[in-house]
Write a protein that binds this ligand. Structure first.
Ligand SMILES: Cc1ncc(COP(=O)(O)O)c(C=O)c1O
Length: 460
């Protein structure tokens, strides 16, 4: 087999067989899900696009699968199929669906007040737990990781008096407008798919390739950068791991040029109870975490080092009174605080992670074995409880390389065929996540289904 990583995503595949498979799988999905179809039709009467969020149609299924209920690592659809869920709400349910400690805490709190625009005892406890877990002393709250990222950018621009932000090509940090700038042919380019965006995002956003220290130094040396916002390992354009020593060198540069390093751990929290940073001895200036921090209850957190929190507080005091542009009414509500307290104290713990990481290891080994047996030019990259297979022979070094290996058509076909075999993985790229409740039987089911599907794609 040719080992050139740039073979292209379709290498090794018999595309005619793939097209035939797509037809068979589409027909099978329609036949297997009549109740989902009926519900989707009904929702289509009054929901734009027929779904609560337009991108719920991006699963590549003929119509949206409808959920009856979910528990642990299992999801029951409207037609009574029990699916092994490796999507887990794209990380929102990384500790399993309705994990018992959170379900208990939420049930208790819901009867005693949901939102009051004031804190209770849980707020102090959550602050202590976050400090202990992540090593940053000062925290604030938001409803989503998107908002948390937005707010951190506001604080750091205010604290530094600088306007610019550095992000990495192919990044995703939620619906934060500032980050939707890509490198196209080496030029910063505002993403064309953004709707209703009237500002020139390239004016204040600098986009670089990941793992490129020279480019980072050059951008920082202009002296106008407030912060670098990054996932410690990129997870949203497929997986891109930092090269050894990258972050240590990058952070030294960032510090030398008076900017802050913000690590968005929303996905990389898959690495351990203190995220990628703690697992790898990094000390960022700020951390953002959303999705699973409330065990699936909507909430997010962001924390600062003492120095950056001090600068942010001084910026607030120096500004005229009135709206800061930071915070929303429901942020940090009583219910979210109860959910975070339960998650941080009972789920985001070393023993829980030990189990998840072992399961993910078995899964990654199994995927590699299937890929090797079918001689596909694909690679597998694990990141704690998260694993990704990518359509290239070697792991990509940056977002540009990772983006080239993506293939929405092929991904959708594989995901659809897996769904029809009772296995769900994330609809965007090939991310597979395990939770504490994922059983060996779920992993074997996924591997058997993957084996079957890859076997049908392979060129002979
Ligand atoms: C790294 C990262 N940050 C932030 C977000 C935004 O999370 P949310 O959609 O919950 O706001 C995402 C979503 O996928 C993400 O992957």
């Amino acid at each position: 087999m040719d080992q050139n990583p740039d073979l292209g995503s379709r290498s090794g595949i018999d595309w005619e067989s793939a097209q035939a498979l797509l037809q068979t799988e589409t027909a099978a999905y329609v036949t297997r899900n009549p109740r989902s179809f009926a519900l989707a039709q009904r929702a289509g009467q009054h929901l734009m696009f027929g779904v609560p969020l337009h991108w719920m149609n991006d699963w590549g299924t003929p119509f949206a699968l409808q959920v009856a209920q979910a528990a642990g690592a299992q999801l029951l659809d409207a037609d009574g199929h029990c699916l092994s869920d490796f999507c887990l709400g794209d990380t929102g349910a990384m500790f399993g669906h309705s994990p018992t400690p959170v379900a208990r805490a939420v049930a208790r709190q819901v009867a005693h007040g949901i939102t009051a625009m004031l804190p209770g005892e849980d707020a102090a406890v959550v602050g202590e737990l976050l400090c202990e877990r992540f090593g940053l002393p000062y925290w604030q709250f938001a409803m989503t990781a998107s908002d948390a990222n937005r707010f951190v950018l506001r604080w750091l621009r205010a604290a530094t008096g600088r306007r610019k932000l550095i992000v990495f090509n192919g990044c995703y940090h939620g619906t934060v407008d500032d980050v939707f700038v890509d490198l196209v042919g080496g030029r910063p380019t505002q993403r064309a798919s953004l709707l209703g965006q009237v500002h020139d995002l390239t004016a204040h956003t600098v986009v670089l390739e990941f793992n490129d220290l020279a480019a980072l130094e050059e951008a920082l040396s202009q002296g106008d950068v407030a912060c670098v916002l990054a996932e410690p390992a990129m997870t949203n354009i497929g997986m891109v791991l930092p090269e050894p020593g990258y972050w240590e060198a990058a952070q030294a540069l960032i510090q030398r040029h008076g900017a802050a390093l913000v690590l968005d751990e929303t996905h990389t929290i898959s690495c351990g109870p203190g995220g990628y940073a703690r697992a790898h001895g990094l000390q960022p200036d700020a951390i953002v975490l959303g999705k699973p921090v409330g065990g699936g209850v909507p909430c997010a957190v962001y924390g600062f080092s003492a120095e950056w929190a001090g600068r942010a507080v001084r910026a607030r005091h120096a500004a005229p009174g009135g709206h800061s542009g930071i915070g929303t009414t429901l942020s940090g509500n009583l219910l979210a605080m109860a959910a975070m307290r339960a998650t941080l104290s009972e789920l985001m713990t070393a023993p829980v992670y030990a189990g998840m990481l072992a399961t993910a290891g078995t899964l990654a080994d199994g995927l590699r074995e299937v890929i090797a047996r079918h001689r596909m030019p694909w690679c597998v990259t694990p990141l704690g409880a998260r694993t990704e297979f990518q359509f290239r022979t070697t792991p990509p070094r940056n977002g540009g390389e990772a983006g080239t290996a993506m293939d929405a058509e092929l991904e959708h076909l594989i995901h659809l065929a897996l769904l029809n075999r009772g296995v769900m993985i994330t609809p965007f790229h090939n991310m597979i996540l395990v939770c504490p409740a994922t059983r060996p039987a779920d992993v074997q089911k996924l591997l058997a289904a993957f084996d079957q599907v890859v076997g049908k794609l392979v060129a002979v």
